[in-house]
Design a binder for this molecule. Structure first.
Ligand code: NAP
Length: 459
């Protein structure tokens, strides 16, 4: 059987060859996870919590090793990869605590002889499918709350970045989780998606990835009315209003836009700047963007690593050339952008952007910052909301009335006010509209793994 080759996007070298899990083995694994669920759901919450804490301890101990794997298979700079491990582990730690806080309640009944008790129960076996851009965090955001709730979980990482998952699962087993309570498979998205949605022992499908694939999984899950969580694509607007602190806005833009070389679902995709400050903002932005060192993420001082593969490079170049053809001004030439070769692209700012450009209405997933000017506050909010996506948005203003207006009117699940990095394990991350449904993080993030039942007792 052909093996899965895992590439280093910085060198295009094969770093690992793995066996695919056959469909028969996946089915057997689902059955074992179901058997394990019968035991795991009975383990008391304090013991589940303790195991999650132990897992977190081991992840902390292996931070360097995990970060190196993330950089090797995903390309992001090592310092950023270390940050991802910390961020991924913050979900394990958070849900270790939340495991103990799955509260039921009693409610007054409609007769003195009656009592109504509400309780929460784990949904069952979870099938998780994750993308390549956060090989650790996208996994722990699902595994930790699922295990905390008493579910068992099988994860299918992206074939581009399976190594981090393998290590995380090994550490979970070392922490004492039963082998079949938390496991992974090496399979294509299509195979895993078909099996997870068709198999009757899978009670829940949780997915992070593109909206197109999310829609397919929703359709497939409808056959058995499966419980699904969808963390899908974004097209984040970043708005800099005339009363913003320009330096803070530039720093916030860099933080939001260029993390993981612009390959995050909450990356600012399109930037709108008030015309009164557009020149000053763009000048400072270009200066800082051009100062970002691009290279192999294992080298020190590198701030922007390679894109994930050649296909990603092609797509991003299409957005750049399209913008140029439609009147955009590039801060560096196309030749310079591509001068490092391979999967590397030097980051670029595109001024004079307009709404016709692909980069203003399609997810770019690359180090490209298109900047368009605006005049009117209501108009920029209308433009920002004029999309089927609703994951993240950002605005910069020092006026609280303007800030609250943005918060009230922007149709997004995650909103940063003077904040280019709003994600946190203790906050409910997720999108509106075609960016999905369900939340990961916060007290909300365990709910998708729980069913509510109530008991009505007649004395
Ligand atoms: P993708 O192509 O949708 O892939 C994501 C996962 O889905 C991979 O594991 C992939 O498997 C699998 N997949 C592909 N086709 C499938 C199918 N027919 N059925 C079931 N699974 C299938 O997305 P991507 O390019 O990896 O990731 C980028 C996208 O993810 C962007 O749109 C980004 O915005 C979104 N994202 C969203 C969030 C969020 O929290 N909302 C976070 C990160 C990323 P393979 O291994 O075979 O590719």
């Amino acid at each position: 059987m052909t093996k899965l080759e895992v590439f280093n996007p910085a060198t295009n070298e094969v770093i690992e060859r793995l066996d695919y899990t056959s469909n028969e083995d996946i089915q057997a694994q689902i059955e074992r996870a179901h058997k394990a669920f019968q035991q795991w759901k009975k383990i008391d919450a304090h013991e589940r919590s303790a195991k999650l804490m132990k897992w977190a301890e081991l992840i902390d101990e292996h931070q360097d090793e995990l970060a190196r794997l993330i950089t090797l298979e995903g390309g992001k700079p090592l310092a950023e990869a270390k940050g991802e491990v910390t961020y991924a582990n913050s979900y394990v730690k958070w849900y270790a605590e939340e495991a103990k806080r799955v509260y039921g309640r009693t409610i007054p009944a409609n007769a003195p002889s009656k009592k109504i008790i509400i309780d929460k129960f784990p949904v069952g076996v979870v099938g998780a499918i994750t993308p390549w851009n956060f090989p650790a965090a996208m996994i722990t955001r699902k595994m930790a709350p699922a295990l905390a709730a008493g579910c068992t979980i099988i994860c299918k990482p992206a074939v581009k970045t399976p190594l981090t998952t393998i290590k995380l699962v090994e550490l979970a087993h070392e922490a004492g989780f039963p082998k079949d309570a938390i496991s992974y498979i090496i399979a294509s998205g299509k195979d895993a998606g078909d099996l997870f949605t068709e198999h009757e022992l899978i009670s829940k499908v949780t997915f992070t990835g593109s909206t197109a694939v999310g829609k397919t999984l929703i359709e497939q899950s409808a056959q058995q009315v499966k419980n699904v969580t969808m963390e899908l694509g974004g097209l984040a607007p970043l708005i800099v209003h005339k009363d913003a602190d320009i330096d803070a806005a530039v720093d916030g833009t860099i933080a939001s836009k260029f993390r993981n070389a612009g390959q995050t679902c909450i990356c600012a995709n399109r930037i709108y700047v008030h015309q009164d400050i557009a020149e000053a903002y763009t000048e400072k932005l270009i200066e800082k963007v051009h100062a970002l060192t691009v290279g192999n993420g294992l080298e020190s001082d590198v701030k922007v690593g390679p894109l994930i593969d050649e296909q990603a490079v092609k797509k991003v170049l299409t957005h750049i050339t399209d913008a140029q053809e439609k009147g955009g001004e590039l801060s560096r030439s196309i030749e310079e952008i591509q001068s490092l070769g391979g999967n590397f692209l030097k980051p670029v700012v595109i001024s004079n952007a307009n709404l016709d450009m692909k980069a203003m209405h399609e997810e770019t997933f690359g180090p490209v910052a298109p900047v368009m000017t605006y005049e009117d506050l209501d108009e920029v909010i209308r433009i920002a909301n004029d999309t089927e996506f609703g994951l993240a948005s950002y605005f910069f203003t020092n006026d609280y009335r303007t800030g609250l207006k943005f918060f009230n009117e922007l149709e997004y699940g995650v909103i940063g006010w003077n904040d280019g990095g709003p994600s946190a394990a203790h906050a409910p991350f997720g999108g509106l509209k075609e960016s999905g449904y369900g939340r990961e993080g916060g007290i909300e993030g365990i709910e998708p793994y729980l069913e509510t039942k109530y008991l009505s007792i007649q004395e």
